[in-house]
Design a protein around this ligand. Structure first.
Ligand code: DGY
Length: 429
């Protein structure tokens, strides 16, 4: 494992820009929100100081309403290098009703709130250094505002869960879970935009042109409503179990952070408890033995098994019968934990399964890392150890691929992907 460690460090150093880490020099040349959280979790073993900077630079682009944008753009990168670029999002020119910063330029949608968890883990790596720099005290107000934004502005169903309004928000862009809801979205005209992702990655590993045309339409509609959650009319609004599970885990981390700095941990803890009850109430699919997403358009569960439905394994305080059912589902035919490479992003037996195409089947390192944490929390130590070994093997064998084919472990997407390196480093330490 010593050479794996050195290789992971090389990737993280190579992707560091001086202020933050790009997920990839080619495909993702800016700062991404949930990527930065996972990257910081790895960086803390290399340089706690740098891990702190990673999170601080992300939060310095936070909007006045508390949202943490999913991309923070690097002005030094040419506009054509990534689509959609700042001229599409217009965060600093769209009237800024939600208070986007005038600089840097950002997107206007969000990604899963895993930042408080990351901040707590970064602190724990070197509490003395963290204390000297007052890291937690400086980050706490921003993290608290972020969680409050999701609680106050994104509970579109009014039942205590945060809704996502774009398939990029849960991070699982083209999951088959979104197919039905997306069919209602009129695609933006072909030719009205140019994808940059296909310059760097095989088309068969990426979302389709039709997916992109719908992503563009949804983002443009939100932008044209000033990114104002009260004013926007959302063609896509979904309660996702992965997004909410990460928010709950982060609320508990925020409570720990509050306690460490002498602030009141009770509000974050109370939000976590309430949201856990809502998660079980709204998204537990008893028949399938997994959490599924709820489409707010018709208020029905979407009958699709995806890896996001297993992420509540890391939520403290779920009834044992639910965690037991989740463990059975993970080990069963749909995910075959321990038999295939890591954890497939989508049901191995599902009609849409594709072993190569982004979130429609491939196994990803961040979801595997989260499930590893969940397995440990549930006391499934042998399963967790086996998954850890699998993550490290796949990371090393593929040169830190973005994702892998769950059947044969072949790397897919790009290589030298930062969170793959960061999370492998975390599991090695
Ligand atoms: C992309 O560009 O592919 C991302 O997943 C969206 O942020």
């Amino acid at each position: 494992h010593r050479s794996l460690r050195a290789a992971a460090v090389r990737v993280l150093l190579g992707n560091w820009t001086g202020n933050a880490t790009v997920p990839s020099r080619s495909l993702y040349p800016h700062q991404w929100s949930w990527d930065s959280a996972f990257i910081a979790i790895g960086l803390r073993h290399l340089s706690p100081r740098r891990a702190q900077r990673e999170l601080e630079s992300l939060l310095s682009a936070q909007w006045a309403d508390g949202r943490v944008p999913h991309i923070v753009f690097n002005p030094a990168v040419p506009c054509g290098a990534y689509f959609p670029s700042p001229d599409f999002w217009r965060s600093s020119t769209a009237g800024r009703p939600a208070g986007a910063p005038s600089t840097p330029e950002t997107s206007g949608i969000v990604q899963p709130p895993v930042h408080a968890l990351a901040a707590w883990l970064v602190h724990r790596a070197d509490p003395a250094e963290s204390g000297r720099r007052r890291f937690l005290a400086r980050l706490h107000p921003g993290l608290d505002a972020w969680h409050r934004y999701l609680t106050a502005h994104r509970d579109l169903g009014g039942r205590g869960l945060a809704a996502i309004v774009h398939p990029w928000e849960p991070g699982l862009d083209n999951s088959p879970a979104w197919d039905t809801a997306l069919r209602r979205v009129p695609p933006a005209p072909a030719g009205s935009f140019r994808r940059a992702d296909l310059d760097h990655s095989a088309a068969s590993d990426r979302p389709t042109d039709l997916d992109y045309a719908r992503y563009v339409r949804l983002a443009a509609d939100y932008r044209d409503a000033g990114y104002d959650d009260a004013r926007a009319r959302f063609a896509f609004a979904v309660e996702d179990p992965g997004f909410n599970a990460l928010l709950i885990a982060s609320e508990y981390a925020l409570a720990d952070i509050a306690e460490a700095i002498g602030a009141d941990p009770a509000p974050a803890r109370a939000r976590a408890v309430r949201r856990t009850a809502a998660l079980t109430d709204r998204l537990w699919d008893e028949e399938r033995g997994i959490f599924t997403a709820r489409d707010l358009h018709d208020d029905r569960l979407i009958p699709v098994r995806g890896v996001a439905g297993l992420l509540p394994l890391m939520v403290p305080g779920l009834p044992r019968r639910i965690t037991d059912a989740l463990l059975r589902t993970a080990a069963g035919d749909h995910f075959r934990l321990g038999e295939v490479h890591m954890v497939p992003s989508y049901d191995l037996t599902g009609p849409e399964f594709d072993p190569s195409r982004y979130w429609r089947g491939p196994s990803w390192f961040n979801t595997a890392w989260l499930i590893h944490r969940g397995l440990l929390a549930c006391g499934a130590v042998a399963e967790a150890d086996r998954l850890r070994e699998g993550i490290l093997r796949d990371a090393g064998a593929t040169g830190f691929a973005e994702y892998v084919d769950p059947h044969n472990g072949a790397g897919r997407g790009i290589r030298d992907f930062s969170w793959t390196a960061g999370l492998a480093l975390d599991l090695l330490c």
